[in-house]
Design a protein around this ligand. Structure first.
Ligand SMILES: Cc1cc2nc3c(=O)[nH]c(=O)nc-3n(C[C@H](O)[C@H](O)[C@H](O)COP(=O)(O)OP(=O)(O)OC[C@H]3O[C@@H](n4cnc5c(N)ncnc54)[C@H](O)[C@@H]3O)c2cc1C
Length: 317
């Protein structure tokens, strides 16, 4: 029996293998990593020491860009060959399509957007946000097979060392019913990604205009981190392409500075794994202060520039 781990982002294998270890402890078996696409084949070295017993690399030409029908075939082959019972993937738009296809093919229980996962006496129990984050659903997988899509940041990345056996595979895609005719990659913002950053500077509606996000960006750059916002700034004002929180990106930095953020549960659910939280808010009653390790009651337009100036001086020596 095997536990198969597939991620469409190479940096998330470390988190997924932590979930895989949980399954191995509970059910036994071996943990196999799956990499699909020639574009990723050279990145296999980056994950070879995470603790997989094997890494399967499917690198046929038709797999170079995401095609759910072709990827499904690779997954199906891997599952059949290695008697896979549990498939763990990162929760992403592409994987949601893929997971639905594969779960129906192998008759497995499927849970997407997993924000908490536990094994209770052999039962697989997961929590996931529903109704756009208004509520949490607790679900149990019935049957002996599961496909689980885990949100980034839910598990800590854990490398166990060791060297995986790398197995190269090609597959015949001549019977594939869906052909990819054009692939236009999305423009990505430069800088450190929110879910990978050790330091995150978050801004909320206390920020009055888009240009003032520069303060967050400057502080993030000084501290070698990323910047992010609450949902209204991204979804309502369009100032950023993503937001921090239960319906956005979950973060787990060593330091999170929340400036002008009230601390609503939908936001704090996505920051609860942060090691140290510093809140800057002019309202001493703001709920974020109950959540924070350190609080500054004050105007972010005074506090942030002073903090930036001070840190710059420290950096300059
Ligand atoms: C279905 C659903 C899903 C959601 N998912 C998310 C999510 O994933 N992430 C998320 O963030 N939100 C989410 N929300 C929105 C969430 O409920 C809150 O509305 C949002 O988090 C509030 O953002 P905020 O803290 O920036 O704004 P506000 O709640 O308006 O707070 C602004 C804060 O800034 C302070 N402030 C104002 N001026 C200053 C100043 N000059 N200096 C210092 N402090 C100042 C105020 O005192 C206030 O506390 C969701 C909502 C719904 C309905």
């Amino acid at each position: 029996m095997s536990i198969l781990i597939y991620s469409d982002k190479i940096n998330l294998y470390g988190e997924l293998i932590s979930a895989g270890k949980l399954f191995k402890e509970g059910f036994g078996g071996e943990i196999i990593g799956l990499v699909i696409g020639a574009n990723n084949a050279d990145q296999v070295n980056n994950i070879a020491d995470l603790g997989f017993s094997k890494i399967l690399v499917y690198s046929s030409e038709g797999l170079n860009n995401y095609n759910p029908v072709a990827y499904l075939k690779a997954l199906q082959e891997a599952i059949g060959e290695f008697n896979v019972k549990y498939v763990l993937m990162n929760s992403s738009y592409k994987n949601k399509i893929l997971s639905g296809l594969i779960a129906s093919k192998i008759n497995a229980g499927l849970i997407v957007d997993v924000s908490k996962l536990e094994l209770d006496n052999g039962k697989i129990i997961a929590e996931r946000p529903v109704y756009s984050g208004k509520a949490l659903a607790k679900e149990e997988v019935k049957g002996d097979k599961a496909v689980l899509l885990i949100k980034p940041g839910v598990f800590k990345a854990r490398g166990e060392g060791g060297t995986a056996e790398v197995i190269q595979r090609t597959i015949d895609l001549s019977d594939i019913t869906l052909e990819l005719t054009e692939f236009v990659p999305k423009a990505v913002e430069e800088g450190i990604k929110l879910d990978e950053a050790d330091v995150v500077i978050g801004g909320g509606r206390g920020i009055r205009k888009k240009e003032d996000l520069e303060m967050l960006k400057e502080l993030a750059s000084i501290l070698g981190g990323a910047w992010g916002v609450t949902r209204p700034l991204a979804a309502d004002y369009g100032w950023a392409s993503e937001w921090i929180g239960i319906s956005g990106v979950s973060i787990r930095p060593k330091l999170y500075i929340a400036a002008g953020i009230s601390g609503q549960p939908q936001h704090t659910s996505g920051i609860r794994e942060s090691k140290i939280i510093v809140a800057i808010n002019k309202d001493s009653e703001a709920p974020i202060f109950k959540f924070a390790d350190y609080g500054v009651i004050g105007d972010l337009y005074q506090v942030l520039p002073k903090l930036i100036e001070k840190l710059k001086k420290i950096k300059e020596g």
